[in-house]
Design a protein around this ligand. Sequence first.
Ligand code: HSE
Length: 436
Amino acid sequence: MKPIKVGLLGIGTVGSGVFTVLARNAEEISRRAGRPITIAVVADKAVERAREITGGQVRITDDAYSVVADPEIDIVVELIGGYTIARELVLAAIENGKHVVTANKALLATHGNSIFAAAQKKGVMVAFEAAVAGGVPIIKALREGLTANRIEWIAGIINGTTNYILSEMRDKGLAFDEVLRAAQQLGYAEADPTFDIEGVDAAHKITLLSALAFGIPVQFDKAYVEGITKLTAEDITYAEQFGYRIKLLGITRRQANGVELRVHPTLVPERRLIANVEGVMNAVLVQADAVGATLYYGRGAGSEPTASAVIADLVDVTRLHTADPEHRVPHLAFRPDRMADLPILPMEEVVTSYYLRLRVEDKPGVLADVTRILADDEISIDAMLQKEPAEGEDQADIIMLTHRCLEKRINAAIARIESLAAVRGDVVRLRLEQLQ
Ligand code: HSE
């Protein structure tokens, strides 16, 4: 049967994985897709490098715009990244009636609504399995495997770089900066790791998952984003003493009045499977009403794991491209004319538990003052630890875990605690999820 023709935009780490895996597994992939999937052209600024990777078997160009306009091409695979050129190319491909496969979470989390609308209008597919958790088929699970369910919440370790850093900090008792430097030297972290360590990459991904889970538009601008740069080895150790591990989680949860959408370091009970996901691995936990909890685990980045997701999308598009567009799986799992208008809740309206660490003068009545403030704000203490002052010091650390309460209530209590004369410096506040 006539092969389906792919135009590959960008042949870096993921693109070269797509080329290699498509070639290696061509026979199996064609048996699954119903016809061969062939890369007809590769666009990359590094033409010589592209030639080396493809071994001269594929047409190479440095002009990506010519690929999205090429009548021979059925599917455009966008692996350039970023918001500007990638957006122009994706919209041009759609306008030219081509299906698009992309790994670009930043693009879809910020411009997804207009891109999906344009694709809908043109009757083409935009597939993005590789955009969240690399090779882990979480988009497929949410769009298809879980369609019977009302999804309640999702919590995911969806950034491998930060999970690696947190694992190393815990294992070796090292400071954040030290681990980050080592990770950069080993090539595990980008030269500019800002999007990873500040939680932005995870927020792009959880934004896409929230849209798929609840049938709402993508709303990255309303996500709460807090990274791991301020996390100390001290808090990781204290959390362990209470039986918790700290993970950078992307969380989205349905509440009666809206949807929580947030990324922040989170204490998770160490007996949970997800708390034991270490190093660069990703894991997404989905709580749904019929099936209960399901956990998806695997490699969230890397050449062939991400290529695995890109090629799965190529197979899907190949299987469906002659189907009536009305009867294809909707881009965001729900039909575009049946999207919900649930608002994304501001962080102050989120309900969760907390870890608090404060440094206080070690004298009578201080603890009573602190607990009275919490009691006045109806915040219930779950567990508490006071560390005796170091030799020759008169200040002690108090660490508390609270039961669940509204974030605005804990914020008010923290402000009052910090105003006590016996409390030194700022209160450290981390969020805690039982994930039951
Ligand atoms: N930089 C991401 C991570 C992979 O560290 O998981 C690509 O999304």
